[in-house]
Design a protein around this ligand. Sequence first.
Ligand code: FAD
Length: 302
Amino acid sequence: PFDMLIIGGGPAGASAAVYGARKGIRTGIVAERFGGQVQDTMGIENFISVKYTEGPKLAANLEEHVKNYDVDIMSGQRAISLKKKEFIEVELENGAVLKSKTVILSTGARWRNVGVPGEIEFKNKGVAYCPHCDGPLYKNKNVAVIGGGNSGIEAAIDLAGIVNHVTVLEFMPALKADAVLQESLYSLPNVTVLTNVQTKEITGTTKVDGITYIERDTGIEKHIDLQGVFVQIGLVPNTDWLGDTVERNHFGEIIIDRHGATNIPGVFAAGDCTNTPYKQIIIAMGSGATAALGAFDYLIRN
Ligand code: FAD
């Protein structure tokens, strides 16, 4: 069996693999797509000590760093179940069953798409999902935020401090965000809130130039010229495959303690698939290191 088996090859998993391998223990990593969400990212300007890099380059660097150690890398493989027996057993889609003394879950998350024309075409060309990442790129520009829940309103408040103007589009007749956030939002001079509207299309030629929506009560279609659209209708953790084994919160995020431990002894978790606040590369890497050290601590005590 492995001493440490990592499921997921994004920043969290890669970091855990390096920390595990450096302890001289038998370490393996299973990744459906090495690099994870980083593969889908264009410019990265908040990976501290690296002023600017690009997703595919950082993903290649992650893999290269892991390959520098004696880690069994199983790329293109998808985990479909986890069971705790004498060892922890992880079953792969190809039928293989991997056994390990400890497991680190780092399967990440994915942004929920609005599914309107223009969204996929203009991803990274005006369609964005992360205000912490891409907000500064829209300095002095006009943007929309789709979604009036807490993350949408937090994003709108955040962006209002950077960009020229923010329009919030909420499908329901009222915003769903906490009252304090709404109060703070309505106090801002450069924000417009549209409720009861359905986004119809994100328009553009080579990049985003506007958004078209329908007023749901009148059926009237309207268009706003703008340069960016932030989609904020939820981040979904990739944890369905765990069935009812590992404890999760109502968002589906794996619940971990300060050491990255889950409710199952020997099973740890890190990164965007957990209930760690704020989903960022640097945070995922830090939590990957924490989980690996937590798992190592568990190994030497059991
Ligand atoms: P992920 O990166 O999601 O990696 C998950 C890994 O698990 C992948 O290898 C995946 O293939 C694998 N996996 C999933 N399910 C399974 C399974 N069942 N079996 C096997 N493997 C599985 N953050 C920043 O700090 N700065 C930025 O500028 C920035 N820009 C972003 C731009 C975009 C478009 C997106 C989508 C995100 C951005 N982020 C940015 C957020 C950042 O990418 C994430 O916080 C980070 O990648 C999370 O790392 P992770 O390792 O937890 O998960």
